[in-house]
Design a protein around this ligand. Sequence first.
Ligand SMILES: [Zn+2]
Ligand SMILES: [Zn+2]
Length: 236
Amino acid sequence: MIEFDLHVHSIFSKCGIHTVLELLERAKEIGIKGFAVTDHGLTIGGRLNNPFFERFRSPCQSVKILKGVECNLLDGDGNIDVPHMFMNFLDIVLLGIHPNTAKGQSKDAYTNMLVAAMRKNPCVDIISHPNDPHYPVDYKRLAQTAKSMGVALELNNSKILYARTETQSAVDLVQACKDEGCMIAVNSDTHAIHELGLDDSVRPILESLRFPNELIVNRDEKSALEFIDSRKGNKS
Ligand SMILES: [Zn+2]
Ligand SMILES: [Zn+2]
């Protein structure tokens, strides 16, 4: 179980199913300490909700709720659809390659796009699902850049759970992060409520490769909040 899940979608995503309060109820039920609501950027149907960012507070002391976004690449020049108007309210920014980016390009091309985006946008904290088979990337080069910028690469439970990528891709990603000393975020990428906090599909990979626990940014609540706090200065 992920004690602090940093990638969760609500109905503020076009593909989302549940309200934030339903997610909160589930978090209480399974006993996790918190989660980040990271709905999609506007380019792929995110409905980023003004009052949520400006006014919402978790009504439950035992479960922390962070405010975030999962952004998209807009081009190859490093531009992303991060909602600048909410920057002061954002605890966490994920960046992933999604279907608004054309498929069929080279590994180098996608790697260059993510590297450019990380360099241009210090607000990005985590690269989500870098092992999407539609958008292959050079894990070593991505891990080197991420490490140099204090960014974590995501080990995404849903991609393996729903066989949307080969397990080997996650193995290769984790190995590259280990080799380069790059941080990993273990996230569920929850859309359906039972997925919240799940890491069963990727935990064995971390264990079999003996990935250093101290490089997992959300290994527990404390480390997750320290990671968020350390990145705060980049959100302006
Ligand atoms: Zn995504
Ligand atoms: Zn997602």
